[in-house]
Design a protein around this ligand. Structure first.
Ligand code: A3P
Length: 258
């Protein structure tokens, strides 16, 4: 069990209205001053949008499909989070599935606030009062930025529908060219089933006091449209209305089911 003191330290605090973990807030100036080198590759995702998935894909491409090399360390060490490196990463996922995934993640992650009931979490999420801030601001912000910088904007739903095509896009973006058979291998090795069983990607080495996978597994369901199992019709309609207001003026279009 976590001590009260530790819990206080882990409570979300805000920077410019964005709830972040205390350790991130404490190191904020250093993190904000980070300057990328020309060949740095930053993965920018909203939480629960397939961060781990794209991390594994990028590493598999980097290692030319060498599975053993990708076993060298757990994923969080192969791709350190910039906001934890006593110094964020765009992949986007539709808001409803993301909210479902985040809800289950907050249930099992003892370092994040308890999400409360699904109804309560609905309000928290639409108000952006979750760790790393508002889904809407994240997605709109990166979408506007994507043509001005060297950014590859990916959708979780596209990777799910056609992993090979999307992995190929990542490969080209990284300036790599891999043989067809290597690409097929990467598709296989980064499948939901494989990554769920892989101790280097499934967070099974993280203690239960931090991630309690008996409550909800880290690699949980990995589907498009799980929101239908959580949202009532009334909630879904209300969500759509709020979504229209918050996303007004952007051209981004999300796939809600496959
Ligand atoms: P669900 O909770 O909907 O299952 P992140 O890595 O950003 O925390 O995102 C976690 C989400 O990505 C979880 O969604 C998880 O199951 C899903 N995921 C992880 N690896 C995946 C894979 N190889 N294929 C499909 N989904 C994957």
């Amino acid at each position: 069990a976590l001590t009260t003191e530790l819990r206080t330290q882990l409570q979300l605090r805000e920077v410019a209205g964005i709830p972040l973990q205390a350790s991130t807030v404490d190191n904020w100036s250093q993190i904000q001053n980070f300057e990328a080198k020309p060949d740095d590759l930053l993965i920018c995702t909203y939480p629960k949008s397939g961060t781990t998935w794209i991390q594994e894909i990028v590493d598999m491409i980097e290692q030319n499909g060498d599975v053993e090399k990708c076993q060298r360390a757990v994923i969080q060490h192969r791709h350190p989070f910039i906001e934890w490196a006593r110094p964020p990463q765009p992949s986007a996922r539709n808001a409803k599935d993301c909210m479902v995934s985040y809800y289950h993640f907050q249930r099992m992650n003892q370092m994040l606030p308890d999400p409360g009931t699904w109804e309560e979490y609905f309000e928290t999420f639409i108000n952006g009062k979750v760790g790393w801030g508002s889904w809407y601001d994240h997605v709109k912000g990166w979408w506007e930025m994507k043509d001005r910088y060297q950014i590859l904007f990916l959708f979780f739903e596209d990777i799910k529908r056609d992993p090979k095509q999307e992995i190929q896009k990542v490969m080209q973006f990284m300036g790599k060219s891999l043989h067809e058979t290597v690409l097929d291998k990467i598709v296989q090795e980064t499948s939901f089933e494989k990554m769920k069983e892989n101790p280097m990607t499934n967070r099974s080495t993280v203690p239960k006091s931090i991630l309690d996978q008996s409550i909800s597994p880290f690699i949980r369901k990995g589907t498009v449209g799980d929101w239908k199992n959580h949202f009532t019709v009334v909630q879904s309609e209300r969500f759509d209305e709020i979504y229209r207001q918050k996303m007004e003026g952007t051209s981004i279009n999300f796939c809600m089911e496959l």
